[in-house]
Design a protein around this ligand. Structure first.
Ligand SMILES: Cc1ncc(COP(=O)(O)O)c(C=O)c1O
Length: 387
């Protein structure tokens, strides 16, 4: 019987992690694995970073949840987030997941514009609720009235995407256009700056809010604090999450200061901005400011580019930036075989369909990173069809 191929987003049986430290995961027997998954791109500063663990412990001894009642630590988290944001944006509300943040952005856009329709692009990831799934990756669950998911890269050109967007904005009362600057759950495609500028202009002309989703790319994961700046995009609403909690569940919505935050947009939820999450955010962001994250991430980029320069010869395409890289293989079966090779060599990455995502912590050690790249290059070579 042939061994079943590794299903997307899952690890093989007999692979269980008991603890983590920095750029390493450890199984129950103490075996170490190099972590290029970093908790779905969340653990940008490495696992169990002492200052963040301390902040969480102290907060756990003090106060867990007050619901919507104000707490100092939430104000601290909000102020820390504001230090990272472009001047036009202010923190609006914290959530526990990116999907909730994206849902709120949609409600906010509907309230601000008085319109209903929403536009997203193929292969983007904004979450797995009905509404957020309808705006991103192709799936059959999520087809909703007033939602328009347009063809995107790589299936069509930037010019065609913009033309279709123009037509959709003309034909419908669009409240929001959702945009992920780099397709981090697909092939890593990133459009040109000219595209970014036209996208902003079209949204402004069409009266739709531009919601930029930097839940994965934000906080220097791809180099700059936020990738939209490199693309010449000025978001009306910015979604952030993942690295902001270094693995703790938290996300947030930032909105242009011009827009009110009407209660009718239903901000908040039971756990929104809870003190545990807020303490982690305040400390994680302060830790980020003390590090030279752009330099750390540039170092990761240089090592990945050099270490995986040859994978093209073995049928893999490498795309990405900073500390977010995606290897595209011809099919999921090849990805599964590469993953088996990586796990034998004790390297953990993130397989999804025909893609293998590499998202190391920015703090990964030079030797670990070089070794991981060597193992990945070997895996690509070992699984390549015989030439
Ligand atoms: C860009 C982006 N947006 C939104 C989400 C959804 O976040 P969550 O899984 O926290 O709901 C993800 C998750 O991977 C993501 O990568």
């Amino acid at each position: 019987m042939t061994r079943p191929s590794l299903p997307a987003d899952s690890a093989p049986r007999d692979f269980e992690i008991a603890r983590a430290d920095g750029d390493l995961l450890f199984d129950a027997e103490g075996g170490a694995y190099l972590d290029l998954l970093s908790g779905g791109g969340t653990v940008l500063l490495g696992h169990c970073r002492p200052a963040i663990v301390d902040a969480l412990r102290t907060q756990a001894d003090t106060l867990w949840n007050t619901g919507a009642v104000p707490v100092d630590v939430r104000a601290e988290a909000s102020a820390a987030l504001e230090r990272f944001l472009p001047g036009a944006l202010r923190p609006a509300v914290f959530y526990s997941t990116g999907m909730e943040a994206a849902e709120f952005a949609l409600r906010l856009a509907r309230q601000v514009t008085g319109r209903r329709a929403a536009v997203g692009f193929d292969h983007a990831m904004h979450g797995k609720s009905q509404a957020t799934a309808a705006l991103g990756w192709p799936n059959e669950l999520a087809t909703l009235t007033d939602f328009h998911r347009l063809p995107y890269l790589p299936e069509t050109t930037e010019g065609d995407v913009l033309e279709r967007l123009r037509a959709t904005l003309a034909a419908h009362e669009v409240a929001a256009v959702f945009f992920e600057p780099l397709l981090g759950s697909f092939g890593g495609h990133c459009p040109s700056r000219a595209f970014g500028q036209s996208l902003g202009e079209l949204c402004a002309e069409g009266g739709a809010l531009l919601v930029v989703d930097e839940i994965l790319t934000g906080f220097h994961r791809c180099g700059p604090a936020f990738l939209h700046a490199d693309l010449g995009v000025a978001p009306d609403v910015l979604l952030v999450g993942k690295a902001m909690g270094n693995g703790f569940p938290v996300a947030a919505v930032a909105a242009d200061r011009r827009y009110p935050l009407p209660p009718a947009a239903l901000p908040g939820s039971t756990f929104a901005g809870n003190p545990l999450a807020a303490a982690v955010v305040a400390t994680t962001l302060t830790e980020m400011e003390a590090l030279d994250l752009p330099a750390l991430v540039a170092r990761v980029e240089a090592a990945v580019r050099a270490g995986l320069a040859g994978v093209g010869e073995d049928g893999a395409v490498l795309r990405g930036r900073g500390a977010l890289w995606i290897l595209e293989l011809p099919d999921a079966e090849r990805v599964a075989r590469i993953m088996e090779h990586l796990l034998r060599e004790r390297v953990v990455a993130s397989p999804t369909a025909r893609f293998l995502r590499l998202m190391p912590p920015a703090t990964i050690g030079d030797e670990h990173l070089a070794r991981a790249c060597r193992v990945i290059a070997q895996a690509c070579r070992a699984t390549a069809p015989v030439r």
